[in-house]
Write a protein that binds this ligand. Structure first.
Ligand code: ADP
Ligand code: MG
Length: 234
């Protein structure tokens, strides 16, 4: 994919992203890492178009992410699964397809089943979110994000609320998606997953892109800040 970030700043009550400039092309799977509060979620939300920047622009694959049509090519998986609690896993997906993608009930069912199968949830799909494990619910929200056939899938710490076993289960399922022809931009604290799944890594520190490169930069950081980070998360 091609990502261009130009003079990007973002402010809530104070400025949290400070004049980012960044260019990347050809990589398919980009990890964003950094300590809590460094601006990872803000950046990924701005890239997905969920939020608008205070200043500057982001272009992904040639399109300004503030264009309305960018929304159509994006799937987003949040830290907490964010499923509708009163709907089965399957209905969570078919509802979105029927309401936002004009699919018939039959088409929606077929697509939902395809992605639920892909995420190993065929035998769980008629259950409510509260009656499945956190890992299963999170896999269902990944299935939901994929079901709209996005070009780019964003995941913001999809395993943050899961224990190590469920974390492994969800991340293994994501790794199996490597060849489905999507591009991924994700935030995670699981460095083994970065090594296995990312082909490019962005390290954020205090609202800036501090260091970036191939995943190997994690084994040999240039900056003291990334060295310190690596020491803490290992
Ligand atoms: P990370 O995802 O790396 O933990 P965030 O992007 O969530 O970082 O946060 C960056 C900074 O912006 C933090 O100081 C955080 O408190 C602040 N922040 C994030 N979201 C909001 C918000 N909706 N309103 C006010 N401040 C926010
Ligand atoms: Mg965050």
């Amino acid at each position: 994919m091609r990502i261009e970030i130009k003079d990007l700043s973002h402010e809530y009550d104070v400025e949290v992203l400070h004049d980012l400039n960044f260019f990347l092309e050809k990589y398919k799977s980009v990890a964003i890492i950094g300590v809590s509060g460094s601006g990872k979620s803000t950046l990924i939300r701005l890239m997905s178009g969920i939020e608008k920047p205070t200043k500057g622009n982001i272009f992904i694959n040639g399109m300004n992410v503030s264009d309305e049509s960018h929304k159509k090519r994006v799937g987003f998986v949040f830290q907490n699964h964010n499923l509708f609690p009163h709907l089965s896993l399957k209905k969570n997906i078919t509802l979105v397809l029927e309401k936002t993608r004009n699919k018939t009930q039959e088409e929606a069912n077929e697509i939902a089943e395809k992605y639920l199968n892909m995420l190993h949830l065929s035998d769980q799909m008629d259950k409510l979110p509260k009656n499945v494990s956190g890992g299963q619910a999170q896999r269902a929200s990944i299935a939901r994000a994929l079901s709209i056939n996005p070009e780019i899938v964003f995941l913001d710490e999809p395993t943050a609320s899961l224990d190590p076993i469920l974390t492994h289960e969800v991340l293994t399922a994501v790794e199996e998606l490597r060849d489905i022809g999507k591009e991924f931009i994700f935030v995670t604290h699981v460095l083994s997953f970065v090594h296995d799944f990312a082909d490019y890594v962005v390290y954020m520190y205090q609202g800036q892109i501090w260091e970036h490169g191939l995943p190997q930069i994690l084994d040999n950081p240039k900056t003291q800040e990334l060295k310190d980070f690596m020491r803490k998360v290992r």
